[in-house]
Ligand binder design. Sequence first.
Ligand SMILES: Cc1cc2nc3c(=O)[nH]c(=O)nc-3n(C[C@H](O)[C@H](O)[C@H](O)COP(=O)(O)OP(=O)(O)OC[C@H]3O[C@@H](n4cnc5c(N)ncnc54)[C@H](O)[C@@H]3O)c2cc1C
Length: 409
Amino acid sequence: MVCGTKLRIYKTIFTRIQPNSLFLIALKNKKHFDIIICGGGAAGLLLAHGLIQNNAFDHLSIALIEKEQKNQNDRTWCFWEEGKGKWDHLVSSRWDNAIFQSQQYNANFSLAPYQYKMIEGINFYNHLYPLLEKAPNLELIQAEITEVNASDKYGEVSTHEATYTGDKVFSSIPKEEYKQQQKFPVLQQHFIGWFVKTEAPIFDQDTMVFMDFDLDQKNNTRFMYVLPFSPTEALVEYTLFSKDLVKDEEYEAEITQYLNQRKAGKVSVTATEKGSIPMTAYNFDQHNSAHLMHIGTAGGWTKASTGFTFQKSQEKINALIEFLKKEKALDQFPQRNKFNFYDMLFLDVLAKYNGEGSELFSRMFQRNTPQRIFQFLDEKTSYRQEVLLMSSFPIGRFVKALFKRVFSL
Ligand SMILES: Cc1cc2nc3c(=O)[nH]c(=O)nc-3n(C[C@H](O)[C@H](O)[C@H](O)COP(=O)(O)OP(=O)(O)OC[C@H]3O[C@@H](n4cnc5c(N)ncnc54)[C@H](O)[C@@H]3O)c2cc1C
């Protein structure tokens, strides 16, 4: 990032000055931008890119503050999409077929008209950062943010080196408040994934495994997620939807067992990924104000019932770009809809009966086409389709959850 030099200069200054001079330097460095984006991961980059691509924002000064160099392949993003997509040139693998598997139900289905696509984080960063560096009205600042606040006049972002103010501040810096509340259960989608090369050709490269529940559930919702790249190469991810994380050795032992059962032969692990994504109906919007909006996972843009975030963030950014042209207060941006309610009920049930996730998902796939399920998860179904989908689930559990919510309001 261009501002690595800037960061080094700040560090040199700070090592030579006395602590009481820090305040003066911080004031001197105070800088104002029209827009500040905190965090240059998926949501921050999608927003920055949306802004510099749109002439309506050419007159605005924009800063993007990110603490890392973003030169590692720290994650892969997958999502389903109909037809051609905006990021197709960055897609490294795609699948037309998928498998759902459990003790109750097995299906091998075509995803058409969708494709399941994968973007490697490093390709996304390598494509977007150079574009942002070239934008004349955008400044990239590499620094660790220590605080993000907002007054009724502007938002304020502090780093160790300086304080910045912005008419509009967007923050994707992870927030933890949702963990401290009791109103909504918090599950995590947590996983370890191994990129493996196997001796034996055990993968079907045209067919990804969306969810394989045919594992010991240990009273949780546990499944394997497999993205095959060739008959001998795949990303194999042991995933849980549960409240508590497990030890790394447990995820790894399950992946090893899964590969052994499929007679993979000698296995080499070429890379790994690890994640823990919040799944909660907590209302993240309550932390937004006229000059500060939280975006990405920190803004509640993770689909609460699945943990998918990338595609939803892109859709939110598209709507946000249009909204910003109207010059309204940021907390006027419409965020919530009936799908938040469905997610809330689903998570209430999944948290309470965590060992029944396999059955819930099996019923959903058994009684609906995958296309309807994806449409529903994309929040694009009609009421009629939603009723059909809801009726797949054990009705008693959901009615109970509904009553509990209604009477606790
Ligand atoms: C391993 C992994 C795999 C995932 N796979 C998928 C997937 O396949 N599909 C999907 O839809 N979702 C996936 N997700 C979930 C989600 O899409 C990603 O986490 C996504 O990156 C979220 O975007 P974000 O902008 O909210 O957060 P991030 O992309 O994490 O961006 C936040 C940025 O803020 C920076 N930052 C944090 N703290 C500070 C600070 N104090 N100062 C300055 N900068 C800071 C971070 O370095 C980071 O660059 C995955 C998550 C993980 C962890």
